[in-house]
Design a protein around this ligand. Sequence first.
Ligand code: NAP
Length: 483
Amino acid sequence: MKTELLGMGMYIAGEWITKEETIPVLNPQDNSFITSVPAASAEDMLFAIEKAKEGAKIAAAMPVHQRISILNKAANYINENKEEYAITIAEEGSKTILQARAEVKRCIQTLQISAEEARRIQGETIPFDQREGSENRVGYYYRFPIGIIAAITPFNDPLNLVAHKVGPAIASGNAIIVKPATATPLSALLLAKAFEAAGLPPKVFSVITGHGGEIGDILITHPDIRMVSFTGGLETGENIAHKAGLKKISMELGSNSPVIVLKDADFEDAVESTVSGAFYAAGQNCLGVQRVYIERDIYDEFCSSFVARTENYQVGDKMLETTDMGPMISEKEAIRVETWVNEAVSKGAKILTGGKRQGAYYSPTVLVDVPEDCTIAQQEVFGPVVLLYAVDDFASAIEKSNAVNYGLQAGIFTRDIERAFEAIEKLNVGGIMINDSSDYRIDGMPFGGVKGSGLGREGVKFAIQEMTEPKVVNFKLNYKRTV
Ligand code: NAP
């Protein structure tokens, strides 16, 4: 299928703008050409911001029932065209067609939840008379939209992670400019198409395509942008945070998530969940399982079962429903993963299975005995590689889990409720999954990390909090309260 977006350009304030200078969008499976998108210039970005200034006023004035109706219409539009959306995600990114369909379903839900949350943006009355001298005052606060939000998004969930910024922004009466990942801009453009069809006032939402390193600074540093909502890698996030200046920032960054498996766990369930959590979307998943700490008594058996299940994984053509895992996003990324694995092996790690690369494909890889000073033990691998470690006890599993500069989500498999509660208390992460791998999320839960994994929370309702500010209203009454 050649996407209908061919030649449509980028979406700025309701116009599909084409440019002479373009960026090719390639299918990472075979580097085949899908289409091209405009390479936006600094002027295009400034134009989009100017339009968004008007858009912010329009968005803030939009009654809540209209926001709800537009969000639901956009969700319905995507549902009616869901296969086109899924094919686009699968073609431009590295998800399989089944994983892409699941992402489309989640995107629809994200927009529906945004519609629901729009009616729940509330304030509170304030008891001003708690302070002496304020007896004759009454008032409240309500939440108001902050203005223009800049959304910068990654390649790995090219539709739903954009919806996680656009849905809450529209629900809360803000304007939004999206700069999608250059590798996967088409899904974000399709999202714009859904909002155009839903009747969103044009200046409220733009999707501008181009290299982040070239046009990002204008968006990040512009004084009219009131919030930068970023999802991507730690290094890029830190760079953006340094430049953003006096504006809100929300940082959804990476991780190298730990999972603890205790000897009382449901063994089969633990193996199945951690294998799937490690290799979903070729490991290019911010919640992906990277480090598994297994109680020594069950370690050997766990390793054998894990390897057997991994070797059953079907790696191949993304568009086949029988494929479990496709390519990485690019050959360059697969080479990076290969280099990290080779470094670990040179320091004493063993490959139990995998460790092979062909173009952008890197085979599902299981490593043991990885020294803790290796890059792959400390950094986010963002590829299909998992590290299995034996641990002597629960305390050392907790200590090792926390001994990195990331903290997005963690998992623990155990039937012991005391241990589960201790893990909840001691693991330094944004979310803990009991008897699930770190790779579990629904779109309505608070989502985000600590340490190098980020700042702030998404998950519609929580993103809305970040995208709004309280405004206090105080009425001074001139009559005396009497009994
Ligand atoms: P990335 O390289 O950090 O890029 C993310 C976005 O930032 C892209 O749109 C990129 O544009 C843009 N960008 C790059 N340099 C920029 C600059 N100097 N100024 C402004 N924007 C700039 O990340 P990625 O490789 O696409 O995605 C993988 C990362 O995202 C992983 O670390 C993963 O864990 C993280 N992630 C986190 C979450 C979460 O919710 N916590 C979810 C998914 C992914 P270009 O593409 O044009 O360079």
